[in-house]
Design a protein around this ligand. Structure first.
Ligand code: SF4
Length: 682
């Protein structure tokens, strides 16, 4: 059968995949040698995609309550309940909760319906839990949410600094690229992570800093670079605005104390940075999932701007996204904090979006971010919500509260390809979505590369594309402008909006694709918007200059004796999110069969726990049972647990019950890391 070029369903590396159907819902999977993200390589998750495409557990028909329904009946109900809710309580009483698993075309139609036609910006996404702090930091520093790096920069760097990223497990193909650069050109590697992960184990330097001390570390490094005359004065003068009072001295002894590391190790880091101007600092969830995530990201960006290590081969601050299409969602505006195509909510921008959409109304300002959205549900302010391709009953911080919110919301619609999820239990209507291998559309990876995702299997049962379901509801609500025959027509409209009255101030502009024909869309090769140096013509600010942002270290305030330990969460190498797909693969399940709480052996001894026994991990929000794994790779008095297990898969191991709702004040991203906790024998 014909081989189909598509992209991997999992992480933000965005690897190209060649899928060759071999029969009834079976396929062989290989890496695409021509895709610029992976050049033919795949990690374990991508390699075993073929084991996850069966129909086990699929939602195949619309459901109203526990009864199978037809699409017309279900769509009529969704449209009428949303319309009635808006008529009675106004547009701010409804919400849409989207996902970085959605394709850009799905995201585009959802964003257009909510912001341009219903007239509320209450559309947010699980990407809020993933990289919203990086988005906020980009906007503060550059004026636009643009990642200024490409994977090629990893090949050209002399020093790579990984911050809060277990790249070897979570972005394995990027990791292979880093390893190749180390062999080929002796690139130095510094890993900054409280845990000695597989990524950290082979680094030239591992700084096991105290959680949430990153701002002090990078502000201290900047202070050191200034004191030894390693700032780039010309770059600062020409391209950067420095706020008054920005420069502060931060002695190495203070930094070492805050970060809880040896001053000699800190000095080694300072020396490596000073000696290697071609530096890429790649950061991920350890930076973003923090109550100071935006400041952490800006501390990294400040350093690169002040030393002129940006916009050149092998240099730059590089936020790497978790999900396969977090970036595409950001592009269309699928966050409550942005309007569309990287526009904000000024009068001029709202007017521009409304004229482009020819819509009857437009939202008045930012909407509710994820945690606030669920809080509004719990308080009865959101009375109808549509949740698409995500499982917030598991993934939201303080998941117990998310369940209270869902139970309290009078009308919950869930679009998913999985029949039974923790969130689906709260739905009045469930709509069957297409899965990977069936969908048609585009995704954007961490280096701004847009790739086609292509179907190679017939949709099963009554499953339909998410964009189609949204458009059908929009039409039933009486809105025009949603007559899309296919994904290609949506992509063309999205491309047109990126260029609409864009005088070059916004980097995101793919309007060159406006006239793309259906055949060209079908065969479209991966392409990177913004090019390898997206700010070559100036930053996206009124004066064309980037901005240094004043940031200060803040420590998490909690001296509670009840919770003297710190809890961090993260992923396992071979699992993805709540395992609805990777859990179907026997091979992937062999790596880690159950959820472990990783604890330093000395802490195990002090707390009289038993290595290999069961223990209850408890925070102010809740508790769950894990098997204890003694690991010297852990810092003392800290715990690490995986995020993957749910009500559907396990009685214990429920990480989602433990983090609280504290969030970054700028980005609204929850602080999943560094939660005060305790652990006791079970
Ligand atoms: Fe898929 Fe990410 Fe692995 Fe690439 S690195 S194969 S995108 S999971």
């Amino acid at each position: 059968m014909t081989a189909v070029r598509t992209t991997c369903a999992y992480c933000g590396v965005g690897c190209g995949v060649i899928a060759t159907p071999t029969g009834n819902r079976t396929a062989t999977i290989a890496g695409d040698p021509d895709h610029p993200a992976n050049f033919g390589k795949l990690c374990s998750k991508g390699t075993h995609l073929g084991e996850t495409i069966g129909l086990e557990g699929r939602l195949l028909y619309p459901m109203i309550g526990s009864e199978r329904a037809g699409w017309h009946e279900a769509l009529d109900l969704v449209a009428s309940r949303f319309a009635a809710t808006i008529a009675e309580y106004g547009p701010e009483s409804v919400a849409f909760y989207a996902s970085g698993q959605m394709l850009t075309e799905d995201y585009y139609v959802a964003n257009k319906l909510m912001k341009g036609f219903i007239g509320t910006a209450n559309i947010d996404t699980n990407s809020r839990l993933c990289m919203a702090s990086a988005v906020a930091a980009h906007v503060r520093a550059f004026g636009e949410d643009v990642v200024p790096c490409s994977y090629n920069d990893l090949d050209a760097a002399d020093l790579i600094v990984l911050v809060g990223s277990n790249t070897a497990w979570c972005h394995p193909i990027v990791w292979q690229r880093i390893e190749a650069a180390r062999v080929a050109r002796g690139t130095k590697l510094v890993v900054i992570d409280p845990r000695r992960t597989e990524t950290a184990a082979g680094a030239d330097l591992h700084l096991a800093i105290a959680p949430d001390s990153d701002v002090a570390l990078f502000a201290g490094l900047l202070s050191e670079m200034r004191s030894i005359w390693r700032l780039d004065g010309r770059y600062l003068a020409d391209h950067v605005t420095v706020p008054e009072g920005f420069w502060k001295g931060l002695p190495a002894t203070d930094v070492a104390r805050i970060c809880d590391i040896e001053t000699t190790d800190l000095q080694t880091f300072y020396d490596l940075f000073a000696d290697h101007p071609r530096t890429v600092t790649l950061f991920s969830q350890g930076v973003n999932q923090s109550i100071s995530g935006t400041d952490k990201a800006n501390a990294i960006i400040n350093l690169h701007l002040a030393t002129g290590r940006i916009g050149k081969p092998g240099a730059g601050p590089f936020s790497i996204t978790g999900q396969p299409n977090a970036m595409g969602g950001r592009e269309v505006g699928g966050l409550a904090s942005m309007l569309a195509v990287h526009m904000g909510f000024s009068d001029a921008e709202r007017d521009r979006a409304q004229r482009f959409w020819q819509s009857p109304t437009i939202c008045t300002g930012p909407g509710l971010k994820a945690v606030d959205m669920f809080d509004a549900m719990a308080r009865g302010r959101i009375k109808a919500v549509w949740i698409m391709a995500t499982n917030p009953a598991v993934s939201m911080p303080d998941a117990r509260m998310a369940r209270v919110a869902l139970a309290n919301c009078p009308f919950v619609v869930v679009s998913d390809c999985v029949a039974e999820t923790d969130t689906g239990r709260y739905a009045q209507v469930k709509l069957p979505a297409l899965a990977w291998g069936e969908k048609e559309g585009t995704v954007t990876n961490s280096e701004r590369c847009i790739s086609r995702q292509r179907g190679f299997m017939a949709p099963p049962g009554d499953a339909r594309a998410d964009w189609w379901a949204i458009a059908e509801v929009a039409k039933r609500m009486g809105f025009t402008g949603f007559d899309y025959p296919d994904a290609a027509s949506i992509f063309r409209e999205f491309a047109a909006q990126t260029g609409f009255e864009n005088d070059g101030a916004r980097v995101l502009d793919i309007s060159g694709k406006v006239a793309i024909g259906d055949a060209e869309y079908a065969s479209m090769a991966p392409f990177q918007w913004g090019g390898t140096s997206p700010f070559a013509n100036g930053y996206a600010t009124p004066d064309g200059k980037a901005r240094l942002v004043s940031v200060d270290h803040v420590s998490r305030v909690d001296g509670s004796r009840a919770f003297p330990l710190r809890l961090n969460t993260g992923r396992y190498r071979d699992q993805w999110h709540s395992m609805t797909r990777t859990g179907l693969s026997p091979k992937l399940s062999q790596h880690r069969r159950e959820p472990l709480v990783e604890i330093h052996p000395e802490t195990i001894q002090r707390l009289r726990l038993s290595d290999g026994g069961l223990a209850r991990v408890e925070t102010a929000q809740g508790s769950s049972i894990f098997r204890v794994a003694g690991m010297v790779e852990q810092r003392r008095r800290e715990l690490f647990i995986p995020i993957h297990w749910t009500d559907q898969t396990s009685a214990g191991g429920r990480a989602g019950l433990l983090p609280g709702q504290d969030r970054d004040p700028v980005s609204g991203q929850p602080g999943f890391k560094n939660t005060p906790a305790t652990v006791s024998a079970y």
